[in-house]
Every structure is written in C-alpha cells, then in structure tokens.
Design a protein. Structure first.
Length: 196
C-alpha cells in the first residue's frame, strides 16, 4: 500500500514539476521479524505468537485499505511468515541491475496476493525473472551468502536511527515519514525537501 501511495505522490510531483528529474526511489532493508529462523515459521504460529490467537481476521482492515489502492491482498494465502534476508538480498541484487522497483512489485505481489514462501530460493528466483533478472544467476546468488552481512548491517543501522516499522519513507535524506501515508502527505514532504 505504501508503494502505491508513493507512486501516486510521484505522479503528482511530476505534474507539478514537469521540467525536473523524477525523484529516485531506493529500497533499503528493514526486517519486521529479524529473529525468525532462516526458513521462517508457519503463519498460523506467527499470528498466535503475535496476537495470542489463531484468528487472522485482524488483517481484514488492512486488506480493505489495500483494495482502496487497487490491491487484492490475500492474507489467508500466506502459509509461511518469512525471515526476509533472502528477499532483501534479492532487492539489493536487483538494485545493482536497475530493477529494484520491478523486484519490489514482484515480491509484494508474491507475498501479499499469492502467498508465496519468500524463504525459498527457487520461488524467489522465479519471481526475480518476472522483474527481469536471470533465473540461474539469481538462484546461485541466493544459495550463497553473498551480501547477507550487508543486509543485516543495513537493517541494524535503520533500527539504530529509530526506524521501527514499514513502510518508512526518507525523503531527500532529511524527512522521515512512518506508515502508509496518503499521497498528499508524501507530496507535501517532497515539496518541503525540495524547498529546503
């Protein structure tokens, strides 16, 4: 949802400033559950641990908000609550190839709509091909530990500066915005950063 709202804000910014370069978007690592095992845990167990109940109906409100921005989120399809180091490594790799936004789109669709297991290297490599990455190279990369320490370090750095959840937007390295804010809020922050 945060990605969709950011896209709207960026479109509005481009209309207001047609002669300026489009702001660059970079995706940085942050894990909601950094202590999960590499293979994740069952989603049912995660819901039980987090909320003290097995009922995942609390996500219905989130799904309704998703619908408002054109997303048909399917939380019931999620069977594994993942450790996301591999997915963040994949985002880093895609960024090196200029494909980070396409990779983010593929991963969000994979998890929130299709319920894919984001701890599985073969599954991740399949989605990477949808974003334009080479499947065999991606699989070899994911089956190694390449960039894992980089991701963990960036995650820790985010925590040290006070980031506690996602989405979290950093506009022009000066303005921080927490949560899936409306496009108008994001646009206002872009304008403030542009003026400042």
């Amino acid at each position: 949802m945060g990605k969709r709202k950011l896209e709207i804000a960026l479109q509005q910014f481009a209309k207001l400033h047609p002669d300026e370069h489009k702001p660059a978007v970079r995706w940085l690592p942050f894990q909601l559950n950094p202590d999960l095992p590499a293979i994740g845990i069952s989603r049912a167990d995660y819901i039980l641990r987090k909320f003290g109940e097995r009922d995942s109906s609390r996500y219905k409100r989130v799904a309704l908000v998703g619908k408002s921005v054109g997303l048909d989120m399917n939380f019931d399809a999620i069977k594994v609550q993942p450790n996301t180091v591999k997915a963040h490594r994949l985002m880093h790799r895609a960024g090196e190839q200029g494909l980070q936004d396409a990779m983010a789109e593929a991963l969000f669709r994979a998890y929130f709509i299709e319920g894919a297991d984001l701890t599985n290297s073969a599954v991740l490599a399949d989605y990477a091909t949808q974003a334009g990455l080479d499947q065999a190279e991606t699989l070899a990369y994911l089956d190694s530990d390449a960039d894992a320490d980089l991701i963990r370090s960036a995650d820790q750095e985010a925590r040290q500066v006070g980031i506690e959840g996602v989405p979290f937007f950093i506009i022009n390295r000066t303005i921080g915005i927490s949560g899936a804010q409306d496009p108008e809020v994001l646009l206002q922050a872009m304008e403030q950063a542009r003026a400042g």
